[in-house]
Design a protein around this ligand. Structure first.
Ligand SMILES: [Zn+2]
Length: 305
């Protein structure tokens, strides 16, 4: 008999979220572990293990169906070890083997952007979609493709660095990773935060984007114009992704998706204006549904039957 409870681990640079998930994709309980500067892999894994122990103890669960681990970097072909992440202490560690041994159940890694897309495909706004393209507009811009329920990976990591597609010819600036005039240089969360601070200088501590989203929701023209501009850049890139992958459905998630239809509409309209009609006429563009929970749910989904 298959145990009907799973653990989803969503590893992030700032904190790691761990959830107890049932077979319907519901998160029954969760733990959050803040990242600590300079902490080694042993301590980090011990904290993960303790968090899982607490979840199992409180829910009185004796046996797990599996542990899925969303990893913010590249995944090696055996799905046990990750590389090139923003949590360098965990790079090269056989995380899946270690957690599998500790909890006596299958464990497996998945790229974190892929985890979000898988969660939406199985339990969210992308249910049953044949070719699902997921855009996560967060600090960067993640691009994942799910084909017939499986992530389509380039280089063991979602669609590689598709968020760095080069678009800007006039006065290009460099993105944080060093390319010149890419999508992330103009429309990632990091780029939008910088622009938003020019209008909302009072919003210190990385919250100018939140102020921007609130102003857009209130119908303020300058905020709507900034969201529309970001949407146009993302839509231009989406036109190319649609020409390559012809997705049936494009989902938009991540922090900036709090701007809602003003962002989705701008992305859709620009993509439709630019792409080959054949590749995009029947493509739907909608908001993702699962928000920040998608990382936990999608990680758990990779160890579900
Ligand atoms: Zn770039």
């Amino acid at each position: 008999m298959t145990a009907a409870h799973y653990i989803g681990v969503d590893i992030g640079g700032g904190s790691t979220k761990i959830g107890l998930v049932d077979a319907s994709g519901a998160i029954l309980a969760r733990q959050r572990i803040p990242a600590r500067e300079g902490q080694g892999a042993d301590r980090i894994l011990d904290a993960y293990g303790t968090a899982v122990d607490i979840l199992l103890h409180e829910a009185r669960i004796a046996r797990l169906g599996g542990v899925g681990i969303g990893f913010p970097g590249h995944i090696q072909a055996d799905f046990t070890t990750g590389m090139n992440s923003n949590v360098p202490a965990l790079d090269g560690m056989p995380l899946a083997d270690i957690l599998s041994d500790r909890f006596g159940c299958p464990a497996r890694l998945v790229n974190d952007a892929d985890a979000g897309a898988l969660a939406e495909h199985r339990f969210g706004a992308g249910r049953g979609v044949g070719r699902l393209l997921m855009l996560t507009v967060g600090t960067g811009i993640g691009v994942s493709l799910v084909v017939d329920g499986l992530p389509f990976d380039a280089g063991n990591c979602c669609l590689g660095d598709a968020g760095h597609i080069v678009l800007v010819s006039e006065n290009p600036v460099r993105c944080r990773q060093g390319c010149l005039g890419c999508l992330e240089s103009v429309a990632s969360g990091a780029a939008i935060e910088l622009k938003a601070r020019e209008i909302y200088p009072g919003a210190a501590g990385g919250s100018a984007t939140a102020a921007l989203v609130r102003a857009a929701a209130a119908g303020r023209p300058e905020a709507l114009a900034m969201i529309a501009e970001a949407g146009r850049w993302i839509g231009m890139a989406a036109a190319t992704w649609c020409n390559i992958f012809a997705p049936h459905h494009v989902l938009i998630g991540g922090g900036l998706s709090a701007a809602g239809q003003s962002l989705v509409g701008a992305i859709r309209d620009e993509a439709r204006r630019r792409a080959m009609p054949y590749n995009i006429t029947n493509t739907e563009f909608t908001l993702a549904e699962l928000g920040n929970d998608a990382g936990i749910i999608g990680a758990a989904a990779v160890v579900m039957p």
